[in-house]
Design a protein around this ligand. Sequence first.
Ligand SMILES: *[C@@H]1O[C@H](CO)[C@@H](O)[C@H](O)[C@H]1NC(C)=O
Length: 215
Amino acid sequence: MKSTALTTTLLLLLLSPAHAQLLPFLTNRQAQPPTQQQNPIMSNTPPGVQLPPSNDKTKDTIILSDVLGTQPTINIFAGFTQDIPSVSLRLANAGQNTTLLAPTNAAITSLPRKPWEDPREYSAFGADAYGGVEGGERARENLRRFTEAHVVPFSPWGEGERVERLGGGRVWWERREDKVVVMPGNVEVEGVVSRVGNGEVWVLRGVLDYAADSS
Ligand SMILES: *[C@@H]1O[C@H](CO)[C@@H](O)[C@H](O)[C@H]1NC(C)=O
């Protein structure tokens, strides 16, 4: 009953979660530590002398598509973003900023149904609603809606600032005593795991409303 087009995403479900490295929420911007630490040594540098890394340049050239795969707690959602061109192209574009609101694997697997399933389609098309070519298209469209509902096409994103998601519908965030929530829906933010040149990855403990807009 599952679309074969979603195989890569489904494979990610098998990977076991681990703890994400959290950055302090909304402190001064910090780069995700790059994995490669070589200092480029310029040819006119005297032998034995290493120049300090030009850190600002390094930081800004790392973008969301580089870091998204490095967080095991959100690898299911990261897989979805790769399947949806409107999102994957955006995350790979250094000129477009994004705040990616990534639900944890646990938030996605504890949903009553898969993000690409819609009970109305089961009513309309029966148990095989997601089989075959047309079923695969339905699944892909639903997955697109789910994924775009978690993409804020701006960064930095200030507290209380109401922004339209890529998939439509306005969201904002608020501080509540010891936590931060995305509104509407009071979805708790576990933390910010990446700050890079074209935006930030926030980890959510739940999913945002992604119901089809019937208007
Ligand atoms: C995009 O993000 C970068 C890095 O945080 C920031 O310096 C820049 O001002 C942002 N650009 C826009 C248009 O918001």
